[in-house]
Design a protein around this ligand. Structure first.
Ligand SMILES: Cc1cc2nc3c(=O)[nH]c(=O)nc-3n(C[C@H](O)[C@H](O)[C@H](O)COP(=O)(O)OP(=O)(O)OC[C@H]3O[C@@H](n4cnc5c(N)ncnc54)[C@H](O)[C@@H]3O)c2cc1C
Length: 408
């Protein structure tokens, strides 16, 4: 295995640009959004920051080169995600959700489809949004199930030269766009054949913005990621031409699973970023605060050891997550397994570490004036989203281990 964690010159430049952007722009998102009462208002207030991220090229630079962007894969994404997520999860997730939303095109789109739909995302102007619409009311852990009335219930029915899409989706990042009428591009997971076996019953359809066909029901008022939009919405009578199927008709399950594999590796990076931000704060606090005693609290062995354990865990998440991203880019045999470990271990360890660092800082950490409570709220999403660790990700590992020829 040839692995080297040294960044290329391009990656080092990307990291430096990301650090500058996080310091100058993303650090201001919280003050601009936290006081606003509704999720819609908070999301709307992120738009100027998001537009700056687009103008600075952070989307164009991460779209893979074979699709016209400047990106070389998940390690590039990890470079940006680690810096951005520590500064602000909201604009960061809106940005990264585009990459998930466009992933079906990256993986299986035809040249003509990519040329038609990727242009706004490569342009470095405006505030383009894409989303992969999989999750539905009633659950998505069993989205590919063939049980009657279960699994994906959004349907695509053939009508002449067109497909007509009807259904309900929820929790899909940015899906209803800035005005509630739909993102610029939705890749919608639909049941396209009721009679096919479960693994051939689903397809992914490109649904470019079509006001009237996407109806916002409500934006979730979430525990963390408070200024990122996750709506519940209906798709009603959306008509798309036959050539809007991405990849093979009936190949939706494989395409969705593949799309969510890269993001699994990245969630570990997000966990490392949030835990590191908590650590930086707790270490500084421990060095400067005496809490009325004779010396800074870092002089207490209990505090020092707790910080040591936290940092060990962060280094472990970071190493695993970066290795998983590298393995995905190199397409090594163990890439899928590593991506799953990165998702599960990275997300759950981040939650644990931030909680332990709150104990180090003590009662003041329970106030939102300090960053730790907010970091914990944001981190709590990591085990739950991008395929819940219980309902999806551990099952995927379980399937991998029990399959013939399971990895040693
Ligand atoms: C900020 C944010 C952004 C998101 N962005 C997107 C997006 O862009 N696109 C999108 O489609 N979704 C998105 N989601 C939704 C989310 O990724 C999924 O809906 C979620 O991960 C589904 O996982 P789940 O296991 O909780 O599913 P559910 O189906 O709700 O399952 C709930 C629970 O049931 C149990 N369970 C169910 N089935 C099984 C089983 N077979 N075996 C064992 N246990 C089971 C588990 O305990 C599981 O935790 C987002 C969510 C958030 C919070």
């Amino acid at each position: 295995m040839a692995m080297d964690f040294t960044l290329t010159q391009d990656q080092a430049r990307l990291a430096a640009d990301a650090r500058d952007f996080a310091r100058d722009v993303l650090s201001r998102v919280r003050d601009a959004t936290a006081h606003l009462a509704t999720p819609e208002a908070r999301f709307a207030a992120t738009r100027p920051f998001y537009e700056q991220a687009i103008a600075a090229g952070f989307l164009q630079r991460l779209i893979p080169a074979h699709c016209g962007g400047g990106g070389n894969g998940l390690v590039d994404m990890a470079v940006v995600a680690e810096v951005f997520y520590a500064a602000d999860v909201n604009v960061s997730l809106t940005l990264f959700a585009n990459l998930l939303g466009l992933m079906p095109l990256f993986l299986a789109g035809s040249d003509a489809q990519r040329a038609r739909w990727l242009a706004p995302f490569l342009a470095r102007t405006g505030a383009p949004l894409a989303a992969l619409a999989n999750s539905e009311p009633g659950g998505s852990a069993n989205y590919a199930s063939g049980v009657a009335g279960g699994g994906t219930r959004t349907v695509a029915r053939r009508d002449g030269d067109e497909w007509v899409i009807d259904g309900a989706k929820q929790w899909v990042s940015s899906a209803t766009g800035w005005d509630g009428q739909g993102a610029d591009l939705l890749c919608v997971v639909c049941r396209s054949d009721d009679d096919a076996p479960p693994e051939r019953a689903l397809s992914v359809f490109a649904l470019p913005r079509q006001p009237g066909s996407v109806v916002l029901e409500r934006a979730f008022d979430t525990l963390g990621h408070r200024a990122h939009l996750v709506p519940r919405f209906r798709i009603q009578g959306a008509r798309v031409p036959a050539d809007h199927v991405i990849g093979e008709l009936g190949g939706g399950k494989a395409l969705v699973d593949a799309s969510f594999t890269g993001t699994a590796a990245l969630v570990g990076v997000m966990g490392a970023a949030l835990a590191q931000a908590a650590f930086d704060f707790a270490l500084d606090f421990a060095r400067r605060e005496t809490r009325g005693g004779a010396q800074p609290i870092i002089e207490h062995q209990a505090v020092g050891y707790a910080l040591a354990d936290a940092k060990s865990a962060i280094e472990a998440i970071r190493s695993l997550a970066w290795r998983a991203c590298w393995a995905m880019d190199a397409q090594t045999q163990d890439a899928y397994e590593l991506a799953l470990h990165s998702k599960i271990f990275g997300s759950e360890t981040a939650v644990r570490v931030i909680t332990e660092l709150m104990r180090v800082v003590g009662i003041d950490s329970y106030d939102h004036t300090l960053p730790l409570a907010g970091l914990l709220q944001d981190a709590l999403a990591l085990p739950l989203f991008d395929g819940g660790n219980m309902g999806v990700r551990r099952r995927q590992l379980h399937d991998l281990f029990r399959a013939p020829g399971a990895p040693a």
